[in-house]
Ligand binder design. Structure first.
Ligand code: LLP
Length: 411
């Protein structure tokens, strides 16, 4: 089996397993699908990559080359972007609890836009910008009350969400008063993120409708950032909408809402994370032992929840194949288990695969989002390497962690 012309057995030879593999062309194609289709004659548009889904230097370089902006949610993500010369002015900085140190760091490094989450944050930002004499553009994160989700743990915009403020709340009014008096804070518009792995575009229509209706209360043309959350294919139960269709649909919805409310906006932004990287990513494992119990059959792999926490955390489903046996008879109902000392360390449960022999390679699909970025060193597992493949060539993007690196910060 090959990805972008590169044989998986060669990748195993060269880089070992577990291994994160990204199809670089698909990353670029996905970015272009959004960028080329999110266009309007009525307002500007901007596509941001939500870097929490996969933030490494080489990824930021591609984002930069493809002309996308960046969503960062921590100083760590922002620092990674700065380290490859990414223009900080193209960064939207998020977070519900930015520390004074975070705020000073990003202001010092000329962040483009801060997405302010709550009342206490705007007060802190007012003080710090005054002290640093540093002007800053901000969006206010609104909780628009639209909740779209495939799993309750990743809902972010219900009424009691930890993110954002409601438009009709006292907190929001006070935030505007603080901005009004502030010499350095420039209010530019609103942000909302309604959830993740969303397949129903009506959810975005509802959010856009609300945001646009709020714009009527402001003299200046505002920026609306409607977040990310566009669904991808993990298993055949998922039926994602092509990203060009998503983009065109969002534009249409927004244009209609503007007309209905007789208002103009300056810009519409989206910030997809998962949908840019998920399906471009694969994880390659080596199967070790296999085991039969009275009611189950296990294939054990050399990775697990340390490189993909999503099944354990969200009961996320994946699909997979045994490399070279894609077309063999799938007559074993198996559970793919990792090597962690944890009974929940199961990557895929009750899945039909051919018979496996120790040393066979197992590939899991659609692992490009929130896999590497949520990986851990639990059980002192080594973080796997990351390679990008394109046109028959592979490129090491993150090398595998070494044993000595596991203890280098320890006294
Ligand atoms: N913008 C904001 C403000 C967000 O909070 C998020 C995701 C995104 C954009 C990108 O959403 P996406 O397009 O990737 O769905 N760890 C979870 C996902 C958490 C998403 C958090 N926010 C998972 O593995 O499913």
């Amino acid at each position: 089996m090959k990805i972008s012309g590169v044989d998986l057995k060669d990748l195993k030879e060269q880089y070992g397993t577990p291994l994160y593999i990204y199809d670089a062309k698909m990353l670029k194609d996905n970015m272009r699908l959004y960028k080329n289709n999110l266009v309007s004659k009525e307002f500007e548009t901007e596509v941001l990559f939500a870097s929490k889904a996969f933030n490494v230097k080489e990824m930021v370089r591609i984002v930069d080359k493809e002309g996308l902006s960046l969503d960062c949610v921590s100083v760590g993500e922002f620092f990674t972007a700065l380290s490859v010369g990414y223009d900080p002015k193209k960064v939207y900085f998020h977070g519900n609890n930015k520390t004074p140190e975070d705020i000073r760091f990003i202001l010092e490094h000329n962040v483009g836009v801060i997405v302010v989450d709550n009342l206490m944050e705007i007060v802190a930002l007012d003080m710090i910008t005054k002290e640093m004499k540093k002007p800053v553009d901000i969006l206010i994160r609104l909780n628009v009350g639209v909740s779209a989700h495939t799993h309750k743990f990743i809902v972010t915009a219900h009424v009691d969400s930890k993110f954002g403020v409601a438009y009709d709340s006292e907190d929001f009014k006070t935030m505007l008063e603080v901005i009004e008096k502030s010499e350095y804070i420039n209010f530019r518009g609103f942000h909302s993120h309604i959830g993740s792995q969303i397949f129903d575009l009506a959810a975005f229509d509802a959010a856009i409708d609300k945001l646009v209706s709020y714009c009527k209360d402001f003299k200046e043309e505002l920026i609306l950032n409607i977040g990310g959350g566009f669904g991808v294919h993990y298993t055949d139960e998922d039926k994602p909408i092509p990203f060009d269709v998503v983009s065109k649909n969002l534009i249409e919805t927004c244009e209609k809402a503007l007309k209905k409310n007789n208002v103009k906006i300056k810009k519409l932004c989206i910030e997809p994370g998962r949908s840019i990287v998920a399906e471009a990513g694969y994880t390659l494992y080596t199967i070790g032992f296999t085991k039969k119990t009275p009611n189950k059959e296990y294939y054990f792999i050399d990775g697990g929840m340390t490189d993909n926490i999503r099944p354990a955390l969200y009961q996320a489903k994946y699909s997979c194949d045994i490399v070279g046996k894609e077309n063999a008879k799938k007559d074993h109902l198996v559970t793919i288990a990792g090597k962690c000392c944890e009974s929940g360390d199961l990557i895929i449960e009750d899945y039909y695969l051919p018979e496996a022999k120790p040393g066979d390679l197992l590939i899991t699909y659609t692992t490009g989002a929130y896999g590497y970025s949520m990986s851990s060193n639990y059980n002192k597992a080594l973080t796997p390497a990351v390679v990008f493949v394109e046109d028959g060539k592979s490129k090491l993007v993150v090398r595998r962690m070494r044993l000595d690196e596991l203890i280098e910060r320890e006294e």
